[in-house]
Design a protein around this ligand. Structure first.
Ligand SMILES: NC(=O)c1ccc[n+]([C@@H]2O[C@H](COP(=O)([O-])OP(=O)(O)OC[C@H]3O[C@@H](n4cnc5c(N)ncnc54)[C@H](OP(=O)(O)O)[C@@H]3O)[C@@H](O)[C@H]2O)c1
Length: 365
């Protein structure tokens, strides 16, 4: 079967990356692409690297235009998706790259985003541990509404869930510092993202606990506690109280690379835990995974190794002098951080081979 697909936000970075991956996917036909201010223009004018899709024209994003497809991808600014999702009730599979359906807790939504709260959808990070040894992949099988992750959020969550699930780190003192590329902020013009503002410098932003991905990380990490099945797809009341047990200091730093995230996360080692037990937690979590890979001891990832790849590379160190576990993760924000996660989740939902259309290989140098 070939699934018909519509991609909204197709003139933007996330929409463009969804299209790049789907263009090589054997089971889909990209029928409709939509935009907002650029509607009516050829797609190729905004995505000149997508040569095989040069025949497509950007339509206006309306419920009518998006309806009638087997799968709809929403890649819109946060706060915009909700208005379309209600109108897409008959669409078999809708995948939102935005934040509108990620959070379970309305209070967290109010604090970090504001505006209308929309119901949480199945979270699109298949490799996340969700308690009891299960993974988020189990919830994605047959899912009809999927919330693709925030790129920084999924990078930090994948870095730390093995330690949370195994009880080898103290979740009340997590520190994450991330080097991030400006494509994570989207394609629309912003003064602070001009080349003259970002080349040759590193710029911290959203310092001091204000970044919007913080509640998403706390939600995912809380879901990895080994309690009876509470997790990131449900509305379980356990969530909000468990999230109180996750304290994270999160600081992103904008650096001059078009795409990529290098996240360094540290947390105290739980009392009485051996080095072997710590490494085993990550090895057991990811040893069988294709797209999340633990590097050998002493090796740490570079962002260049994952550019264009649906791969999260993770390096693990145990700093006994500091009493902390150190996890360094590299992810392409537009692939494993967004579009790749969305397509991987789509594959699982539809019962296709999970890696269809996706690659583990990056583009380096
Ligand atoms: N960039 C990333 O690394 C990344 C990672 C994870 C998640 N996401 C999420 O993906 C979504 C899109 O992000 P992006 O980085 O692709 O942003 P972007 O490059 O700025 O693209 C935004 C897209 O949305 C369209 N749009 C803008 N306002 C709209 C409106 N009011 N109604 C309908 N469409 C509208 C734009 O169309 P026009 O160009 O025609 O105006 C454009 O196609 C966001 O929710 C973001 O949080 C992005």
């Amino acid at each position: 079967m070939t699934y018909s697909v519509a991609v909204s936000g197709a003139s933007g970075y996330a929409g463009g990356e969804i299209l790049r991956i789907l263009a090589a996917h054997p089971d889909v036909e990209i029928r409709t692409v939509t935009a907002h201010s650029n509607a009516g223009q050829p797609l190729i004018q905004h995505q000149p690297h997508l040569r095989s899709l040069a025949h497509l024209t950007l339509s206006q994003t309306t419920p009518d235009v998006l309806a009638g497809h087997d799968i709809v991808f929403l890649a819109l600014p946060h706060g915009q998706s909700g208005q379309y999702t209600d109108a897409l009730a008959d669409t078999p599979l809708v995948i939102d790259a935005g934040a509108d359906h990620r959070l379970v807790d309305p209070t967290a939504w109010d604090s970090f985003y504001g505006g209308d709260f929309h119901e949480p959808w199945t979270y699109g990070v298949p490799e996340l541990l969700i308690g009891g040894g299960a993974k988020q992949r189990d919830r994605l099988t047959g899912a009809t509404r999927i919330a693709a992750p925030g790129c920084n959020a999924s990078t930090v969550s994948l870095s730390l869930v093995p330690g949370v699930a195994a009880g080898v780190i103290d979740t009340r003192d997590i520190v994450s510092v991330l080097a991030v590329g400006p494509s994570g902020a989207g394609k629309s013009l912003k003064t602070n993202l001009l080349a003259s503002e970002i080349l040759g410098t590193a710029n911290p932003y959203a310092v001091g606990g204000t970044h919007r991905h913080i509640p998403e990380i706390r939600q995912a990490l809380a879901g990895a506690f080994p309690v009876d099945g509470a997790g990131s797809a449900g509305g379980d009341a356990e969530w909000t109280s468990l999230a109180d047990a996750i304290r994270i200091s999160f600081t992103p730093v904008l650096v001059p690379m078009a795409r990529g995230i290098l996240a360094t996360s540290t947390a105290p080692i739980a009392p009485g835990v051996s080095d072997d037990e710590i490494r085993a937690a990550w090895q057991d979590a990811y040893g069988d995974e294709t797209f999340v890979q633990l590097l050998p001891a002493g090796e740490f990832p570079r962002t260049a190794d994952v550019v264009g790849a649906n791969t999260a590379l993770i390096g693990l160190a145990i700093d006994r002098a500091a009493g902390r576990v150190v996890v360094v993760a590299a992810v392409d924000n537009l692939v494993k951080g967004t579009a790749g996660a969305a397509v991987q989740s789509m594959n699982i939902a539809l019962g296709l081979a999970e890696g269809t259309g996706l690659t583990v290989n990056g583009v380096a140098p």
